[in-house]
Design a protein around this ligand. Sequence first.
Ligand code: SAH
Ligand code: SF4
Length: 356
Amino acid sequence: MDRSGSLPDLKVPYLHPPERLGELLEGEPPYRLDQLRDWLYRSPVLSTQDMTNLPTAVRERLGRLWPFEVELEQSADRGTTRKWLFRAPDGAAIESVLMGYPRRATLCISSQAGCALGCTFCATGQFGFERHLEPGEITAQVAYARAFLRQIGMPATPDHVTNVVFMGMGEPLANYDRVREAIRRMIEVMGLSARSITVSTVGIVPGIRRLADEPWPVSLAVSLHAADDELRASLVPINRRYPLQELEAAASEYVALKRRRLSIEWTLIDGVNDTTDQAVKLAAIAARLRAHVNLIALNPTPLTRETAPDAARIKAFTRELKRLGVNVTIRDTRGRDIDAACGQLRALAGRRGLTV
Ligand code: SAH
Ligand code: SF4
């Protein structure tokens, strides 16, 4: 694969720093700059042709609007889930999933093409690491979904993205500086509220500490999956570097500093982490962190034999947590029929013989 193209092409508007857009419009009056910034970040559109107040010559100068092509677009749940597999010019795959609800539209975005952390149950982890995504490639996912909602829309869903979660491909805190810049652009340039952005991490402790030092109260989700070091290390290898005690301490500091409720993500794997023993240990951690627990049934991946527990076991695990005083929700598994879990659309593209 050609890697020479992996440096950002600064002529592509979304890859260009928003504060330096003037460089793309040299010789144009300053108000054009405001118009372009609005089209890119405030009221995004799917094509430069839709930038109605820019003269054709200016639109043509901009060239390629998106830093990726839409390789696959799939719809599920009666049109309220949409999943995109974007492809960067160097071949890197970027997945985003938009989930519409009556009062919210949540966009799940990717921070890396692939992931180096190798959690055993995760399709992205099974593929390995391709490269970090640039800030512009991260914000362009949000802009694309915004443009989609504005111009095409989803049934019974707001016409704008209300929440952004870093739960697509990649570990956001392993790509800290670029993710930070993407978050800054979302908040300062696109106008999203920090609270509506959730960074989901497998537990990169120094990253949690750095995020705590940032000025924005972004929401934090910790993907725990196991509540003792032995089991956790077998599912999440990075636990050997950052064991539970350190992770808990960093999460606790984050909560204290930001006054944000933490969420704990727990992918339920049949016979592995759905036991009473794990429920009891998880309840203790959740109580100390005053965290909300989100349970998600494992979405099967091509390379593991593990399965999701059946409905009765999921119910029993949930009941046990509730009995122990934990605030717990079972996440709906949107887009099952379109493989809308972390890294799975890319796996599908691979099966169809498309380049991955
Ligand atoms: N790297 C970050 C964010 C991306 S993964 C993290 O691990 O938190 C986003 C979420 O999807 C994580 O909570 C992860 O555990 C979960 N996940 C990964 N593979 C899954 C699968 N096969 N089924 C269900 N959830 C999965
Ligand atoms: Fe990476 Fe998150 Fe998947 Fe683990 S679960 S391999 S950290 S993307």
